[in-house]
Write a new protein. Structure first.
Length: 196
């Protein structure tokens, strides 16, 4: 898996299939989005990749938020490697990126840089300045920029939608056995232990 710290893809990775999202925790819902994108890529013999953002946008805007992440960036990379992707795009979420309008994101990143043919997102995907863009915005520009956006249905377990918000809630309440089931692996924290 090639890791890009911007969306300037090599020729062999452009015109492919990309799943976009924060993918914090890579829970069963995220796994569903990526696996559906992988199936599309395999069927059409196209390169498959994921686009994600660092830091997580909410933590960029609310700098004092400390317990928002389910995974560190390194853990996220490790888990994504297990999906046998061709590439991973990590967009630096900074001040200049945060001011891009939804249309600019589609024009400058999706169209000009990735040139992707299929775009996989979850139903609640929001993007662009002040989160003005959504799945309707993506659909609106499909014809102009020759991509197709595919909205994946949420993954449900016991009639509950699996989301990062739900998992953070369960972590805070100490229900780690349930968290492990929703992540489909054991949740863990990494950090330095300081004596004294």
């Amino acid at each position: 898996m090639k890791i890009y710290n911007n969306a300037n893809l090599d020729k062999k990775h452009s015109h492919g299939v990309i799943a976009i999202g924060n993918f914090d925790g890579l829970h069963l819902g995220h796994q569903k989005v990526i696996n559906e994108a992988k199936q599309k890529a395999k069927k059409n013999k196209l390169p498959i990749g994921v686009m994600t953002f660092e830091p997580v946008p909410l933590m960029f805007f609310k700098k004092k938020t400390e317990d928002h992440r389910i995974n560190s960036q390194e853990q996220k990379k490790e888990q994504l490697k297990k999906f046998n992707l061709d590439f991973l795009i990590i967009i630096r979420f900074n001040k200049s990126f945060s001011t891009l309008t939804a249309e600019e994101f589609i024009t400058k990143i999706i169209h000009k840089k990735t040139k992707c043919r299929y775009l996989y997102v979850s139903r609640n995907f929001k993007f662009g300045f002040k989160r003005q863009g959504n799945i309707k915005t993506l659909k609106k520009f499909e014809g102009k920029f020759k991509y197709k956006s595919i909205i994946t249905k949420p993954y449900q377990k016991n009639k509950k939608t699996i989301s990062s918000t739900l998992i953070r809630k369960k972590i805070r309440s100490g229900k780690i056995d349930l968290v492990n089931k929703l992540l489909n692996r054991k949740w863990c924290i990494r950090g330095k232990v300081i004596k004294g």
